[in-house]
Design a protein around this ligand. Structure first.
Ligand SMILES: [Zn+2]
Length: 257
């Protein structure tokens, strides 16, 4: 199993990060991908990747919630880092208008710029989308380069939205602890997405799956998500882990231990 989206570099793990990595390994997690948030978080991701070079991969990108009036300057400082670090994706990037719509146009412009980075470097994207699908699809439709490959992480949309996304490209969908929540609509989405386009993720430290809902989330919870997905799709957990490992290896071009 692969945790395709973990923020284990955040300060919630400052006390026991190495133990959390060990617990992930013991739980059968074979690789962890760290999505970046801002310029400030880059050294934390880099340090963790250097410590576990074959087990933990890093990405670069500016998270939509970190976009403010200085975003063009931040992006121009981030761009040279693409050559400095061995990144496996551009992310997380996207649109988040859930709490605040102030920076909508700036978020769209930043998404366009960073999708061009994907194209230039032949890297996939990791999309973060909250109340922003129309804007994201508009940016993708107006791209003046080929649409890169990528994943819509923490996907909780409708089957119709899966299809709208698929009209634009052959994308993957990241499923996390939300799939285990009582009123979740994600289980019904799984057959629409299909095993061949599914990725497992925690979005650690948030969104811990049942039976650990409400606690700090970590990669060792991936088996709970995997088992739940297997049950919802009436397949074995081994089939889910094999397919999602294959998907992660293919999308991120990573070697899974
Ligand atoms: Zn995230």
């Amino acid at each position: 199993m692969v945790d395709s989206h973990s923020h284990i570099y955040c300060d919630a793990f400052d006390e026991d990060r190495d133990e959390a990595v060990k617990r992930a390994r013991d739980a059968g997690v074979r690789h962890i991908v760290l999505p970046n948030e801002s310029l400030e978080s880059v050294p934390r991701l880099a340090a963790l990747h250097e410590q576990y070079p074959d087990y933990i991969s890093m990405t670069l990108g500016l998270h939509p919630e970190d976009i403010h009036d200085d975003y063009l300057d931040v992006l121009s400082q981030m761009r040279p880092l693409l050559d400095r670090y061995p990144i496996v994706a551009i992310g997380e990037i996207g649109i988040d208008l859930y709490w605040d719509k102030t920076w909508r146009e700036e978020q769209k412009r930043a998404l366009d710029i960073q999708l061009h980075w994907c194209h230039e470097r032949d890297l996939p994207f990791i999309i973060h989308c909250r109340d922003g699908l129309d804007d994201i699809l508009e940016v993708i439709d107006q791209l003046d380069c080929p649409v890169p490959r990528g994943v819509f992480h923490s996907f909780t949309g409708t089957p119709e939205e899966v299809n709208r996304i698929r009209e634009r490209g052959d994308f993957y969908f990241g499923v996390n602890g939300i799939v285990t929540f009582k009123k979740s609509t994600v289980p019904q989405l799984l057959p629409v997405i299909g095993l061949d386009r599914l990725l497992l993720e925690t979005d650690s430290p948030y969104l811990a799956p049942l039976p650990n809902r409400g606690k700090r989330n970590e990669s060792a919870n991936i088996p709970h998500i995997c088992n739940f997905v297997a049950q919802a799709m009436s397949v074995s957990p081994e089939e889910v882990s094999a397919a999602t490992d294959r998907n992660a290896a293919s999308l991120f071009s990573i070697h899974i231990e």
